[in-house]
Design a protein around this ligand. Structure first.
Ligand code: G4P
Length: 524
């Protein structure tokens, strides 16, 4: 297979959802249909349980395992599929946003009884900004569900995207019989079974009277509804899907394997192969011959005796080869990667080469931070890995004076991994950690102690937002910094950040300093 063919057969995507909608179950069923795992339950046991908020050992153990499930690659009908896992817990949403920078498309899972939930909206906003092609999977049709037409209306309105159903449910709840595939116009009736994935019967023609024998009056209802669907929704337009303007919608029950095959088979046909990526200097096309890639995730080793980490690198262009020397742009030096790994069917293995769309795991002893670029010598910097303003802030203090070095190193490395953000006050030199959820503070404290032998204490601080500031007029910027010196910090990369106590204070500052731009993400 040549280089171009290798790229065209790759499908790299993420599955996202509001917690509990069924992301983990769907991921697992895709693996099951794809033949990557043989029994259901393998992924489930790896999941960070939502109840484990204060059970650190459990988090640690599962975090370790989740390295393996962070990326799962498998072969399906000639396609190479890479699923990027995203944390379900909303306290780790920044991790999810970063992972979305490494995917070429997204499947959003929605609970058929609940419809669009807050986390679904947030995730869709990120997809919209990046113009990521999105497929919607409406899950749990085996339970009493809302009317499919009203669900589609809600998606259009709340997720602000046009929809086009590509499968249609035959009733829901106890009467749920399966889904009709509108893409290739066929109906496969399944047995309602958690393990059984063989279709029972295939119908190519909906007017086949045999269908009535199988599903009774639902058959007539299905024919009527399909007529309505064709009348109401525009035809599926792949170009519009690929540009993020139309979302194909599938219905099903991940738990009972309904609709998953329809989703997977249509997905591989319509979803994009690797798309161009953007650097500060230029657009990078996957077809380019020289290798480029960037680090979008860093995972620490669970074993405190081996404090190595894995940096996840997305290959953006060219062919990556083991043992070749590449340029680490930020450090301005060359590195040789002798044991790159990939996760095939949830098993980690050393690989010799990788292609655009692939994710490689690179063992790291502290050389990488999120956003780092690797090339064959070209000096470029990949964009699109912003930090968002945190929502919770705490001063971090050393609780064991004998271990200040360990604490500094630990905090430094945890921030490089993107666990949270660090700001240093220009007024008193104190360090402030910002997170999106309480759980991250607990994880930081636990990991500092167990991985670095350092103890920290957090001190409450009332803060509304961190704003990255810039202005074309250096004089005004200086004036602002002087006036607000008590609230000025620098972030890890040395950029100016204004810490606003409240929405009111921020508004006042914005009104008074019109020549200054206040950004809520670090990339602008
Ligand atoms: P998440 O990753 O999006 O958070 O959701 P997850 O797959 O863990 O699913 C959340 C719960 O919903 C699980 O039940 C799961 O079994 C159930 N579920 C997922 N898909 C379906 C479906 O199609 N139909 C039905 N009826 N249920 C579904 P749980 O009780 O929280 O977990 P467990 O005890 O089953 O592991």
């Amino acid at each position: 297979m040549n280089f171009i063919e290798e790229i065209r057969r790759r499908r790299t995507f993420g599955i996202v959802s509001h917690p509990d909608a069924g992301k983990t179950t769907l991921t697992e069923k895709l693996l099951l249909f794809g033949g990557a795992i043989r029994v259901a339950g393998a992924v489930r046991s790896n999941k960070i349980r939502k109840t484990a908020v204060s059970d650190f050992m459990e988090i640690e153990r599962q975090r370790g395992i989740s390295v393996a499930t962070s990326v799962i690659g498998f072969e399906y009908n000639g396609y190479k599929i890479n699923i990027l896992d995203t944390p379900g817990h909303q306290d780790f949403q920044e991790d999810t946003f970063r992972t979305l920078t490494a995917v070429d498309s997204v499947i959003i899972v929605i609970d058929a009884a609940k419809g669009v939930e807050p986390q679904t909206e947030k995730l869709m906003n990120v997809c919209r900004i990046r113009q990521t092609p999105v497929i919607v999977f409406i899950n749990k049709m085996d339970r009493p569900a809302r009317d499919p037409f009203s669900l589609l209306d809600e998606i259009e309105e709340m997720l602000r995207i046009n929809v086009r159903p590509l499968s249609w449910p035959i009733s829901s709840g106890d009467n749920f019989r399966g889904v009709y595939n509108l893409f290739d116009r066929s109906l496969q009736l399944f047995n309602a079974s958690i393990q059984e994935i063989q279709p029972a019967i295939l119908f190519k023609d909906l007017n086949n009277p045999e269908l009535d024998n199988h599903i009774g009056r639902e058959a007539a209802l299905l024919r009527d509804e399909l007529e309505l669907v064709e009348g109401v929704y525009p035809v599926f337009d792949q170009e519009r899907y690929l540009s993020g303007k139309q979302a194909p919608v599938f219905f099903g029950s991940a738990l009972y394997n309904f609709g998953v095959r329809e989703l997977l088979e249509t997905f591989v046909k319509i979803a994009p192969w690797p798309r161009p990526s953007y650097t500060e200097e230029r657009e990078v096309n996957p077809w380019e011959e020289t290798f480029t890639g960037f680090v979008f995730k860093i995972h620490a080793n669970i074993d405190p005796n081996h404090r190595s980490r894995i940096a996840f690198v997305k290959v953006c262009s060219g062919r990556f080869e083991r043992n070749r020397t590449y340029t680490h742009v930020r450090q301005g030096k060359t590195i040789r990667i002798s044991s790159p790994t990939a996760f095939m069917a949830s098993q980690k293995e050393t690989i010799e080469e990788a292609f655009p769309g692939d994710i490689i795991g690179v063992p790291d002893t502290g050389n990488f931070i999120i956003g780092d670029t690797l090339t064959e010598g070209e000096i470029i910097h990949f964009k699109g890995l912003p930090s968002f303003s945190p929502e919770l802030f705490r001063y971090v203090e050393n609780a064991d004076p004998m271990k200040s070095k360990q604490l500094a190193k630990g905090i430094d490395q945890l921030m490089d991994e993107g666990v949270a953000q660090l700001f240093t006050s220009q007024f008193n030199g104190r360090k402030i950690i910002g997170t999106v959820g309480q759980l991250q503070f607990e994880v930081i404290q636990y990991r500092l102690e167990h991985e670095y032998g350092a103890k920290c204490r957090f001190e409450a601080i009332s803060m509304y937002k961190a704003c990255w500031i810039e202005s074309p007029d250096p004089g005004i910027l200086n004036e602002f910094k002087k006036r607000k010196y008590q609230k000025m910090c620098i972030d890890k990369r040395g950029r100016d950040v204004f810490m606003a106590d409240s929405a009111f204070i921020l508004q006042m500052a914005q009104d008074e300093f019109k020549a200054i731009k206040f950004h809520f993400t670090s990339e602008f």
